[in-house]
Design a protein around this ligand. Structure first.
Ligand SMILES: Cc1cc2nc3c(=O)[nH]c(=O)nc-3n(C[C@H](O)[C@H](O)[C@H](O)COP(=O)(O)O)c2cc1C
Ligand code: SF4
Length: 518
């Protein structure tokens, strides 16, 4: 029987040498005349173990990692094809605690299948949700997505079903589904992992969105820094089209839906939906005033659903297993599961899909294993560059949209960046302002000018120039930006700045010698 070996093709694994490992494996198979084949799967999301190589034995998949090309010969010598013992042997993949404790709904296939195999996709429940959707009315699909409690995973947490209903109810000869795959937040990689590891789930979600709203055309806007995701998605779209899943008659039904992949040129603000639409239209990526909502006048002025990759990729399981199944996970108004991305100075970095409700402390200390440096955790930034810094005193905050908002934070795209006690929070506050100054689209004054003034003010605090006055000025500036900015780039930059100042006041005191000189 041919033995199957899995070597990831995910960008994180490639960055750590997966290509060389795959080549060394192929050479070894040939040299030894073995009956084995290599499948290039997605990542399981345990980055400290990448490249994570698996072998399918008679009963289960056995993991080895992190594997270097130089380890390959030794693995074969140790009877790796039969799951043999070796220093890199991790046991059955499904039993690795980081994976075993997860609830993988959206990421159920990621790392399991060959991302470009339709047979694999179908074998693991693929297209079941779409089949159900085809048999339903538009209103029934929208109702199911609404009832599931799914909220946008791109950052704002807006209910997906309500957005879809607005587009469904809008009149127009042409409507669009635009998938936001700009994924600009620090510490985030969930979109990339899905696009590289299970692209058909995104395609399926987009087709369902199209059928539900009456849109026949879709675009995936992917950041140019994701060449592997762009290549995988492009190939997946071609495969789906050739198989009649995309095209004038989706899976032989009366519904038409086709889609294209577009790449952005690299601007954080192009992840903001209206800026993204401008960019997609070939214009400068500048934010549009709302109203009109993109749902009514979006791409080329037509009704448009703009949804994040994970929002759309979560729809197939909802349509397959039902709204109640999905809604059963989570807490409060945060229903279902969320792929938490753990990064920064952390021992076990990676993707952890789980129901909403885990506390921040559980995520950082137990799942992430604390810092990689072994020093105490000082702060955790949740929600990307616009998210607040949480001190250990707030580690009891449950992962829930409302609970984070109540503590002046946000979940955003669920990326968390861990910092140890060597972090300088004034420097981090300055960085937030600097980031905003660089990435501002320039349309409104509080953001464009305020962020530059913010950098200058942080520098004055650092230099000990009238520190109390300048701290008050920085807080005042934050208020102006928070309430006066047109979009969340200027509006949320105050979150990291104010949280740093409020939770770590000691870092905002000038050096005593400078104070004495005043
Ligand atoms: C500055 C800025 C950057 C953003 N970047 C992203 C992004 O990279 N990906 C994303 O899905 N949403 C991003 N958003 C949120 C989008 O504007 C929008 O809310 C989202 O795409 C809607 O999809 P959802 O409802 O599925 O979350 C960003 C918002 C702002 C203000
Ligand atoms: S807040 Fe900043 S990014 Fe947003 S519209 Fe204003 S200038 Fe542009």
């Amino acid at each position: 029987m041919t033995v199957t070996i899995f070597v990831p093709r995910d960008a994180a694994a490639l960055a750590l040498g997966a290509e060389k490992v795959a080549k060394a494996m192929a050479q070894e198979i040939e040299a030894r005349g073995l009956d084995a084949k290599i499948v290039r799967n997605g990542s399981r999301g345990m980055f400290w173990l990448e490249p994570l190589v698996e072998v399918r034995t008679e009963h289960e998949r056995i993991a080895y990692g992190p594997v270097k090309a130089g380890d390959v010969k030794g693995l074969f010598d140790a009877g790796f094809l039969e799951g043999g013992q070796h220093a890199l042997h991790l046991g059955p993949t499904k039993d690795i605690p980081f994976l075993r404790q997860q609830t993988r709904l959206t990421f159920s296939r990621c790392g399991v299948t060959d991302p470009l195999s339709l047979d694999d996709y179908r074998h693991y429940q693929g297209f079941k949700g779409l089949e159900n959707a085809i048999a339903m009315t538009q209103a029934q699909i929208v109702a199911q997505v609404t009832d599931s409690g799914l909220r946008g995973r791109g950052g704002a947490g807006f209910p997906t079903g309500i957005k879809w209903k607005t587009v469904m109810d809008a009149a127009g000869p042409q409507k669009y589904i635009v998938c936001n795959a700009d994924e600009g937040d620090s510490a985030t990689f969930a979109d990339r992992m899905i696009m590289e590891g299970d692209p058909f789930v995104l395609i399926e979600g987009m087709i369902i969105a199209g059928i539900a709203t009456g849109a026949t055309k879709g675009y995936v806007y992917i950041r140019s820094e994701y060449p592997h995701a762009i290549a995988t998605m492009t190939e997946a779209v071609e495969i789906a089209r050739a198989a009649g899943i995309l095209g004038p008659s989706v899976m032989g039904s009366m519904h038409a839906f086709d889609m294209e992949i577009r790449s952005g040129a690299g601007a954080y603000v192009c992840g903001e939906e209206t800026s993204l639409l401008n960019s997609l239209e070939g214009k400068r990526g500048i934010v549009r005033a709302k109203p009109p909502l993109p749902a009514l006048q979006g791409f080329l002025g037509r009704p448009t659903v703009v949804n994040n990759v994970i929002s759309l990729a979560s729809v197939p399981v909802i349509m397959d297993r039902g709204a109640a199944f999905y809604r059963d996970f989570g807490m409060g108004r945060s229903r279902g599961t969320i792929p938490i991305q753990i990064a920064g100075n952390v021992k076990y970095g990676g993707l952890y899909e789980t129901a909403f409700g885990l506390s921040l402390g559980e995520i950082v200390d137990h799942i992430g294993g604390g810092t990689a440096t072994g020093r105490p955790v000082k702060a955790v930034q949740v929600g990307g560059p616009l998210g607040a810094y949480f001190p250990r005193a707030l580690f009891d905050t449950p992962f829930d949209y409302e609970a984070f908002a109540a503590r002046d934070g946000l979940i955003g795209h669920a990326g968390i960046t861990v910092f140890d006690d060597s972090a300088d929070m004034l420097k981090q506050a300055r960085f937030a302002m600097e980031f905003c100054a660089i990435e501002s689209c320039g349309k409104c004054t509080p953001c464009r000018i305020g962020s530059t003034r913010g950098v200058e003010t942080a520098d004055k605090i650092r230099q000990g120039i009238e520190p109390e006055k300048n701290k008050a000025l920085l807080a005042d500036l934050c208020n102006t930006m928070k309430f006066g900015s047109l979009c969340a780039l200027g509006g949320f930059t105050p979150y990291p700045v104010m949280s740093a100042m409020n939770h770590f006041p000691e870092d905002f005191s000038p050096a005593p010698m400078v104070e004495a000189a005043e």
